[in-house]
Design a protein around this ligand. Structure first.
Ligand SMILES: Nc1ncnc2c1ncn2[C@@H]1O[C@H](COP(=O)(O)OP(=O)(O)O)[C@@H](O)[C@H]1O
Length: 382
């Protein structure tokens, strides 16, 4: 059932009075900027907190080899890269408050080898030493390996990290976060910043289990090649967001608008055609963008799926960051990032194949451009 906007607002309202450690600003009083960005740059304002991002670990116990797209996949490295990322996040002076794991944590090969559960357990065991929680996003490989029902009951379901007040209120209204038939939630780790985990496989043709309406909508979307892109992204490995989830997203964004929050969204599939290099784009990316564009609060959308990565700042000033995939990162490299959330923008500190970027909130912010230049990042893609 869609959540009534008014109820949702009340529940979100209470989140601002939350005094749990997750929203305790006093925990990170005055943090320093990474020194390399001070070179030739003005300050980016106060640093509020940091978080990690990583995508497409795609672990499998199988030899390295070429994908169907003739790109090299380093299965023997993916877990080691993940382990190394956790080690580096743990060693940071300012510990990331959480990590966004953007999906495809294990490869579809595990299903064929009968090792889905074992491999998931293996890769998740790496997070036991992590000093911060992980928010897991679901990608196509999650659905190749598991049913939605299984995923909902698994450690990959991190809705328990959502704002507790919201869950209680939704339950008292008859709809709960647990019985939605899509996997999406939000949380505010710091006053005025909200993160939304979205399900870009809410509509899909991979998992059989969905309502007949959703199944038909999925098939219709896949077959409707009359859009601007001539349907080049209407592939089986992509998916989309259903009407119920879009209505929910709209409600959350309305609340964030009213409260002057900045919103960062995390999904597996990119939603902007210029933020990816292959056909990795949500089926109904235009509907999703229309929902987001009817609000002012969204500053950034993080995705994975396209292992070669991508970046685009759209006409509404929203930064679309597609993270390079761990699975296509050769030995001696890696692909993850730490995001420093400043008063004026997000500073993505990339490791391995992920480049550094400063992502200003303000459209007219020239600070972003100068920082891109001084940290060696070309602004040509923006
Ligand atoms: N048309 C395409 N040409 C080249 N690469 C593509 C194309 N479509 C998808 N890809 C690549 O496929 C990868 C995403 O696929 P993935 O989810 O890993 O499934 P699979 O393992 O079946 O390839 C991305 O790295 C993307 O770049």
């Amino acid at each position: 059932m869609p959540i009534a906007a008014a109820s949702l607002f009340r529940s979100l309202e209470s989140c601002h009075t939350d005094s749990s450690p997750a929203t305790n600003d006093a925990e990170v009083p005055r943090m320093e900027e990474p020194k390399k960005y001070l070179r030739g740059c003005s300050r980016h304002g106060q640093l509020y907190f940091t978080f990690g991002v990583i995508a497409d670990i795609q672990y499998a116990n199988k030899p390295d080899g070429l994908s169907g797209w003739k790109t090299m996949r380093y299965y023997s490295q993916s877990c080691l890269h993940f382990q190394d990322a956790i080690k580096q996040w743990n060693a940071k002076d300012i510990k990331p408050k959480f990590v966004l794991q953007l999906g495809d944590i294990i490869d579809s090969y595990n299903k064929r080898a009968g090792r889905s559960e074992e491999s998931l357990e293996m890769v998740l065991s790496m997070t036991k030493v992590a000093l911060m929680p992980f928010h897991h996003v679901w990608g196509n490989h999650e659905f190749y390996n598991f049913t939605r029902e299984y995923l909902m009951d698994s450690k990959l379901n991190t809705t328990w990290l959502q704002d507790k007040q919201q869950k209680e209120l939704e339950q008292s209204c008859g709809g709960t976060s647990d019985n939605k038939d899509y996997y999406a939630y939000h949380f505010c780790p710091h006053t005025k910043f909200r993160f939304i985990v979205v399900d870009t496989y809410d509509l899909n043709v991979i998992s059989g289990e969905m309502s007949i309406e959703k199944h038909l909508k999925s098939l219709n979307l896949m077959e409707s090649s009359q859009d601007k892109l001539n349907g080049f992204h209407l592939r089986e490995f992509n998916g989309g967001m259903g009407q119920e989830q879009l209505a929910w997203l709209n409600d959350v964004l309305s609340y964030s608008d009213q409260n002057g929050e900045k919103v960062i969204i995390a999904g597996h599939i990119p939603i902007h055609p210029k933020a990816m290099r292959s056909a990795c784009l949500a089926w109904n990316y235009d509907e999703i963008l229309r929902t987001i564009y009817s609000h002012q609060c969204v500053v950034c959308y993080f995705a994975g799926h396209d292992h070669s990565g991508g970046y685009h700042r759209d006409s509404h000033g929203i930064h679309h960051v597609t993270m390079e995939g761990v699975i296509e990162s050769p030995p001696g490299t890696n692909a993850f990032g730490t995001v420093f959330v400043y008063e004026d923008g997000l500073l993505l500190e990339g490791r391995g194949r992920v480049r550094d970027r400063f992502l200003p909130y303000d459209m007219g912010d020239t600070l972003g451009t100068s920082c891109l230049t001084c940290s060696g990042v070309s602004s040509k893609e923006g």
